[in-house]
Design a binder for this molecule. Sequence first.
Ligand SMILES: Cc1cc2nc3c(=O)[nH]c(=O)nc-3n(C[C@H](O)[C@H](O)[C@H](O)COP(=O)(O)OP(=O)(O)OC[C@H]3O[C@@H](n4cnc5c(N)ncnc54)[C@H](O)[C@@H]3O)c2cc1C
Length: 758
Amino acid sequence: MIRAMARLRVRPGCESAVESAWRTAAGQLSRLAGSLRRELLLDANDPRSFVVVTEWADESALHDYENGPVAARFAEAIRPLRETSGAENYRVMRNPDGRGSKIFVDIELTVPADRLAEFERGYAEVAARMAEVPGYLREDLLREPGSDVHHIFAEWRGEAEFYRWIGNPAHAQEEAGPIAPFLLDIRRRLFHDVAHPESRRGPSTGKEIDVHTTTDVLIVGAGPTGLTAAVELARRGIECRVIEKQATPPAQADKAIGIHCRTMEIWADQGIVRDAMDGGIWLTGNMVFVNGVQTHRMSWELPELPYAHLGLPQYETERILTERLATLGVRPQRGAELIAFTEGDDGVLATVATGGGEETVRAKYLVGCDGAHSRVRELLGLTFSGGLGRFPQLFMLGDVDVDWDMPEGHLLRFMHETDGRMDGMLVCVPLRGESRYRIATLAPPRFFAETGGKDAPPGFSEELAEPTLADIQAAIDHLAPAGTRASNLRWSSVFRISHGIVDRYGAGRVFVAGDAAHLHPPAGGQGMNTGIQDAWNLAWKLALAVRGIAAPGLLDSYETERRPEGEEIVGRAVRMAFTDELDRNDLKRQFLQEMSMLLSYSDSPLVGESLSAPDALRAGPGPGDRAPDVGGLQRRGVGHPLRLHDLTRGTRHTLLVYADGSADEGTLAAVGKLCADVRRQTSGQIDVYLLLSPDARAPWLLDPPVVRDAGGEFRAAYGVAGTALYLVRPDGHVGFRSQPIDADALSKNLQLVFGGVR
Ligand SMILES: Cc1cc2nc3c(=O)[nH]c(=O)nc-3n(C[C@H](O)[C@H](O)[C@H](O)COP(=O)(O)OP(=O)(O)OC[C@H]3O[C@@H](n4cnc5c(N)ncnc54)[C@H](O)[C@@H]3O)c2cc1C
């Protein structure tokens, strides 16, 4: 902890003006990263002498304050009120040896005995490299007696320095590289020094005695939504904990298969798209048959899409996400079920049942990714808008081989209609493996009889018997081409579809995402993809909130942006479930919509633009739209063209400033200042690039880096001319754009995300 004190003596009669200036400054100070305490003290022996006391988490927080606009504005406000210049009365005090905000980090890893020598060689090198890292103090390498489990127990001067290091992906190579193979599956825990109570951060609930563990974000559920949220938080160095009530991961191809193009882009950003492609198959098109006649066929291999439609069983998706999460030091705690939680002003206290009894977890935020029967949703008292819809029918699923001669990789939909009403439906989704399909169709009537006419609960039925190969063959005989045979049934189940969307996506510090927030029929394969996209939208906002640098309304925008999307998707999936409702006039548009490529947050209050002419930037993505990738960029020193997503990928905002040959020298020189301003305003959570057309002269600038739009692809896709800028959010959507550069409007937009001026 660092304390700064400034003594000032004011002119007679100016006392209340100083107090008023201080109140304004204190409000702004409280929003600065690393600001622990601020007070204005009055000298007991001199009613005209004040002492301004501020306390800071670390050197960089103090440095940012001293050099930032809040300090400058306060100094300016009190300059005419004070008697002396006062500069000589400014003192900074640090805790001896940096204690106070010190933290301890325990990395638990397994080193097999036969690789111990290899590990020790690498570790010696890592220890030497770590000594150079700012904020790192020391560490011990410990081994649990009689086991391969090791602990690297490190001391850091402060939490902020540790997170700065871990939040920079380069650390994995630059410092940890020599022992990287041993860090694929680790557990990371962070401890505060309890001898210094002022260093303890986090919510105070008055029930300290019960608290077993604390974390920044508690995620309930290790399905695709929860795992995505965890990966995104952990990538940003935010401590999170994932609890999952199932003791073992799923291993059957029973749920989602189709992976949308937009999800693939997200996975490219997360570094798992190659694993997904390696484990999946391409879904190359679809065919629809009504009463045995093919009514349409479409190829899904569109050249304009960055990725085709991938087929990957959900258990594989969960495996890949879990492995990615492990590389970030987080492992879901299995066999741990959320029972209850209470919410206070500064955090959430959750009760978790584990094999060893009940545990209490304190977190700053809680995210319920706990699926269709969400306990979080129930505890929050959220209700389904218009009630939870239920289809009366029971459905069955099976994983079988089919011997027909249908085109490879095609999703097949066979429907039967009587008097224009659909009364039979068979959907066959190709799986990896020769002739292997996941079949979905109506369950035979005997299953209805088995329920005794009672309303079967939504989801997979545990009570009803598993459908047999004969049941599946009967559906195929009824709907598929004559003579088709199914064989080799690996798995089957009966399920019931329900649909709906919750009225709110959260309350206070608790949010719901994925199936906990919206339920849909599997038609169109939307559920899992939508859940992943919920988490993708929420996590970057939560990370800023945990760091204390989010604007007050930022977390509310999760619901504002995601709920309309959920509503639209639920409605569409319900319409598609029992009709052959396809927009035949524009199948391509419908497919792009299903792949979430048209998803836009254009109605969000977070996004905006400033245009000098109504048709400026018309050809480019609008505010809230997905920022598309383009190629043909050149960066000095790089021997191959770059893509735009090489610049925007990662966990932060990206500001793309564009200029062509018509930009004057003064405008280009001002980009350096713009760059410094936005870095300050966003607490460094932004990357800035100057994109120049081939004919533009490169200004002499240390920052931002210059990239050439050598092929003119950026200009064409983003519709830029003269000077312009695009702000791309961490989720890959346009947050703001302007033509020409409008620094004031940009700053106002950034305030909606990062809050007041720093
Ligand atoms: C037959 C079928 C086919 C489908 N096909 C597709 C498709 O092709 N494409 C698509 O996008 N979607 C599809 N879906 C939907 C998709 O499976 C879901 O939308 C997806 O699983 C939602 O992910 P989630 O992480 O939100 O929830 P889930 O996957 O349900 O995960 C929730 C997790 O939370 C855990 N949990 C629950 N309560 C607690 C608690 N109290 N404490 C701790 N843990 C808890 C659960 O055990 C579970 O692991 C399909 C669904 C079905 C049933």
